[in-house]
Each structure stands twice: as structure tokens, then as C-alpha cells.
Design a protein around this ligand. Structure first.
Ligand SMILES: NC(=O)c1ccc[n+]([C@@H]2O[C@H](COP(=O)([O-])OP(=O)(O)OC[C@H]3O[C@@H](n4cnc5c(N)ncnc54)[C@H](OP(=O)(O)O)[C@@H]3O)[C@@H](O)[C@H]2O)c1
Length: 269
């Protein structure tokens, strides 16, 4: 590899306070990046991107307001950053060597980048039989969120009736399996018939429904939870949460993992 690479990257061109972000807001460009030794500062690494995780919390970083958010905004013209798995090409930090595979908690969405080694969460041993994508999924933040929601906050018992929204998402597929391991009856909601099939056939859910084809959430919850809901892992908020509140049992627990149905709405604080 030469000292200069042609680098393709995604950057923020304009903030998007409400609605679905488009190519007006997120833009693609090709730039030249020097990875020559004297272009890499002390305690920095030149890395090649292997995998990136695109998660719902990133929506909050595109709004252009800091109010009410737990994470900072991307800067305009900045390459957006996400959790990623990268491979070291050149190192200016004695802790890391060329070829090391690393988990970067602030990986630029670019083919190559020069990053501070303080952004590295851990080294990954690629020889132990765990796929690299699992470090961003079940062993990453989505798996951790599912574990906190079910094991730490939900605390379901054998036979508990557990409901999980956004069941086919990164959190939902892990949460459903954790609840099944605890011996629960697990029902999920998701946005298409294919995804309902997926959660039942691949991810161990007992049953599920397509919320886009249910005009009456109250009726759907009555049908799927004749004995009420003991644990609701809420990933969507909004109308589904409102409906669930009418079906929870005494001492039910509602771990609030996220409210994705609200993320494109204008935030008034
Ligand atoms: N990923 C993480 O690391 C993490 C960590 C903490 C909290 N969370 C929260 O957990 C929730 C799920 O995250 P995830 O990473 O599992 O998401 P994901 O894999 O990106 O999947 C998100 C899913 O949410 C569903 N969705 C989108 N808009 C919706 C709406 N208006 N109403 C209902 N469902 C909608 C869509 O599936 P359908 O086809 O089913 O609509 C979509 O595929 C989010 O609220 C997120 O903020 C995520």
C-alpha cells in the first residue's frame, strides 16, 4: 500500500431536526488521505475499516440541537462516526501493531482513517471463532442493552409473559432469546410479515404480530396476552407504549430501551 489512499467517506452536510434524513443531510465524497508515517500523530493509528454499526441513537446526533440529548452532535462537514471494527495499517502507538483488529467506539464512516488510539475500546482476537460482526451485535452495545433490559431490569420468571417491540432489530433478537432462556412466553411486534416469520423461526419467539397490519393495538394485545404482560421491553415508545399500559399486570416491569417511533419528530424541550 502506498502512502496516499483514495478514500470514500460519508459526512454530515446539513442538520435534520425532523423527518427522515436524506442525501441532502448525509453526503458521500472521495478524498485523498495520506497515511505516510509523518502524517500519523503520536498515539494515533492508520486503520482500514472492516465493519460499521449503524444504530438508532445516531439519529439524535443529526438534529443540530444539544438540548435533551445524552450524546454530542456531529459537526457539519465532519465524517460521521459509529462503532466499528478496524484493522491497523500503520501504528504510532506501541500498544498496537500492523494487522491488529480493534473495536473502535468512534470509527469514521470511511474506508480508511487516522484515529486516536484513545478511541479504541479493545483488541479483538480473530482466531477464537467468534465472527467479527458479533462484536458489534450480541457482544456489543445492542446485546448489552438487551441483557440490561431483560436480565437486570426486566427480571422475568419462568412462565412470565414478555412482550418486545422492534423484535427483529439488533436489540430485539437478543432480548427475545434471553427471555426464552429464562423460560418465558415471548411475543414480539415488528413491521412486516416476513420479520414476524423471522423472529419465530430464527430467534425463538413464541409468536409475533405485524404492527403495520394491526389497526387496533389494544385488540392485538388482548389476543396475544390473555393473561396480561409481565415484562415489556420498550424499543419504540409512542402508540405501542400507550396500548401496552392497558395490558400490564400488577408489578409488571417496563424497561425503556428506546423510543424509535419518535426519533424523526421535532424535539421540543
Ligand atoms: N442498538 C443499540 O446499541 C441500542 C442501545 C440502546 C438502546 N437502543 C434502542 O433500542 C431500540 C432498537 O434499537 P436496535 O438497535 O435494535 O434497532 P435496529 O436494529 O436499527 O432496528 C430498528 C427497527 O426499529 C423498527 N422501527 C423503526 N421505526 C419504527 C416505528 N416508527 N415504530 C416501530 N418500530 C419502528 C424497524 O423495524 P420494524 O420493521 O419492526 O418496524 C427497524 O428495523 C431503539 O429505540 C434504540 O434507540 C439501541
Amino acid at each position: 500500500m502506498g502512502d496516499v489512499v483514495e478514500n470514500r467517506e460519508w459526512y454530515l452536510a446539513a442538520y435534520c431536526p425532523e423527518g427522515v434524513p436524506t442525501s441532502e443531510h448525509l453526503k458521500f465524497r472521495t478524498v485523498s488521505l495520506s497515511i505516510a508515517s509523518d502524517s500519523i500523530p503520536h498515539n494515533h493509528l492508520a486503520v482500514e475499516t472492516l465493519l460499521l454499526s449503524v444504530d438508532p441513537y445516531l439519529r439524535g446526533r443529526l438534529t443540530g440541537t444539544l438540548e435533551g440529548l445524552f450524546i454530542s452532535q456531529y459537526q457539519l462537514n465532519q465524517v460521521i462516526t459509529v462503532f466499528g471494527v478496524v484493522r491497523v495499517i500503520r501504528s504510532k502507538d506501541s500498544k498496537y501493531n500492523e494487522g491488529d483488529i480493534l473495536l473502535n467506539r468512534s470509527a469514521p464512516v470511511a474506508e480508511y482513517s487516522i484515529v486516536p488510539s484513545s478511541d479504541i475500546a479493545r483488541k479483538i482476537d480473530a482466531t477464537i471463532g467468534i465472527s467479527l460482526s458479533d462484536y458489534l451485535g450480541s457482544l456489543g452495545i445492542p446485546g448489552f442493552a438487551a441483557w440490561v433490559g431483560i436480565e437486570v431490569l426486566g427480571k422475568p420468571k419462568v412462565g412470565s409473559n414478555v412482550f418486545i417491540s422492534a423484535a427483529s432489530g439488533a436489540v430485539g433478537i437478543n432480548a427475545g432469546q434471553l427471555a426464552k432462556i429464562r423460560g418465558c412466553r415471548v411475543i414480539g411486534s415488528t413491521g412486516s410479515d416476513d420479520k414476524v416469520k423471522l423472529i419465530k423461526e430464527e430467534f425463538g419467539y413464541d409468536d409475533g404480530f405485524n404492527y403495520n397490519s394491526e389497526s387496533d393495538f389494544d385488540a392485538a394485545l388482548t389476543k396475544y396476552f390473555p393473561d396480561g404482560i409481565d415484562v415489556y421491553l420498550d424499543n419504540v415508545g409512542g402508540k405501542m407504549l400507550e396500548a401496552v399500559l392497558n395490558h400490564v399486570n400488577k408489578y409488571a416491569r417496563i424497561p425503556l430501551c428506546g423510543m424509535i417511533s419518535q426519533y424523526n419528530k421535532l424535539m421540543l424541550v
